[in-house]
Design a protein around this ligand. Structure first.
Ligand SMILES: [Zn+2]
Length: 430
């Protein structure tokens, strides 16, 4: 093909790409990584078996489940276990959530306004003072008491983004798409399924299956070992973790506060196009939530696959993983944490649009002294390797030919690298 025609063709295609505006069509998946349900394991009352039995099991790589420990801060440690250094180094530092279960575990409905404030505020202060690396963002009121008490609700909303109710043997309204999200004090009254020795494994599995309808299932544990308050026993606890593990593909297992964050961000987010060029498609992901130190959880964006190919996606300059499924790109972005950039693959875009396979075509082939290269792209480097993968020559491409006099006779691969992609050609040195 005539080289000048080729250059002209590429110029036209690149101009077309520059002017084309990609339409943004997207949604945020109900839960992280497009999972079909969310499960939170929550533990109340600083009970020994939670630390000695449940935690090591959950931390086992086989499971890797992170839970929420609603801690009575005035009772740390209990019977020599669950000290602040333990909660800091073995619980929070391993990704679990340490959250408030008030200071003294009294029924908030029976306290004065000042006492209510003390319980709600000081437990938060205690946790953040002793575990400086994590923010305490959720609370569980003792005995589930407080939902109809304006003082309790107002004070809680000032310090926390969510709360879990204590009772709720039956799990009825965990669906984030249902009315509970819009109901009064919804975020402070999330129902939980209480676990005790009477919850048979089939029933437990039934809850998990029900959760797969894009719901949120919160389990409430007190004791773990047999003999502890409501303790199902270690063997039963393992069976329950196995049941969750069997559905891990479809379930997002996350601490209570993380699910709260995700849910709030999902309703407050906005994804917009900033600009588009022939090399980049730049999007901004923001939310209307003020505290970016709390609301920094990644959201899974489901974006209609653009017509062009891309090499990678980055946020704030860092590459972020993505997957493509049935015409959609799935990528996790953090709101208010920098632009999300799709890095277009120019070579494949040109190849696709024009069938101009001759881009970076090399000739003659076989070649003796010089390889001619058809290209019109800036900032190209190349590497020549043997078929065994040994690099024998590499440089920046400054001319439209490469001197190969020094190569021994044989078959070689030459890889051209541009700002947006790579292409490999094969040639024979005579
Ligand atoms: Zn309690």
């Amino acid at each position: 093909m005539n080289k000048y025609l080729l250059v002209l063709a590429i110029f036209l295609i690149v101009s077309m790409l520059t002017n084309a505006q990609t339409k943004l069509s997207y949604s945020v998946t109900p839960w992280l990584d497009n999972k079909r349900g969310a499960v939170s394991l929550t533990f109340d009352d600083n009970i020994k078996g939670q630390y000695n039995t449940a935690l090591p099991i959950m931390n086992d790589v086989k499971y890797g489940f992170r839970g929420t420990f609603f801690t009575i801060t005035g009772s740390v440690p209990v019977a020599g276990v669950g000290s602040w250094s333990y909660l800091r180094d073995e619980v929070a530092a391993k990704g679990h959530e340490v959250a408030s279960h008030t200071v003294t575990h009294r029924n908030l409905n029976q306290l004065s306004d000042t006492e209510i404030t003390d319980e709600i505020v000081n437990s938060d202060v205690d946790i953040e003072k002793n575990i400086p690396q994590s923010k305490c963002v959720t609370i569980a009121w003792p005995f589930g008491a407080g939902g109809d008490n304006a003082k309790v609700v107002t004070e809680s909303n000032k310090r926390y983004i969510g709360g879990r109710n204590a009772w709720g043997a039956e799990w009825t309204n965990g669906d984030p798409h249902d009315a509970w999200l819009k109901s009064l004090n919804y975020n402070m009254n999330v129902l939980a399924v209480g676990i005790n020795p009477d919850v048979a494994i089939d029933k437990y599995i039934g809850y998990l299956t029900g959760c797969l309808q894009y719901k949120w299932l919160v389990f409430l544990y007190h004791g773990i070992e047999s003999g502890e308050y409501d303790g199902p026993g270690k063997d039963n606890f393992i069976k329950q973790m196995d049941a969750i593990n069997a559905k891990k593909q479809n379930l997002w297992i996350a601490p209570f506060g993380e699910v709260m964050r995700y849910n709030a961000e999902k309703f407050a987010q906005n994804l917009k196009i900033v600009s588009e060029s022939n090399t980049q498609w730049i999007l901004s992901l923001t939310d209307t939530l003020k505290d970016n130190q709390v609301y920094n959880h990644p959201l899974t964006l489901k974006i209609q696959d653009p017509a062009w190919k891309f090499d990678s996606i980055s946020q704030n300059g860092k590459k972020i993983p993505h997957s493509i499924l049935s015409g959609f790109v799935y990528v996790n972005g953090v709101p208010d944490a920098g632009q999300i950039v799709f890095h277009k693959n120019i070579i494949s875009a040109i190849d696709n649009k024009s069938n101009a396979k001759n881009l970076f075509e090399i000739f003659p082939n076989p070649a003796k002294n010089e390889l001619q290269i058809a290209h019109s792209i800036q900032n190209v480097s190349y590497t020549i390797t043997t078929t065994a993968g040994h690099s024998v020559q590499a440089d920046v491409l400054v001319q439209d030919y490469i001197n190969i006099e020094k190569l021994k006779s044989g078959i070689y691969l030459i890889k051209f690298k541009t700002d947006t992609g790579e292409i490999t050609r094969k040639f024979v040195k005579e």
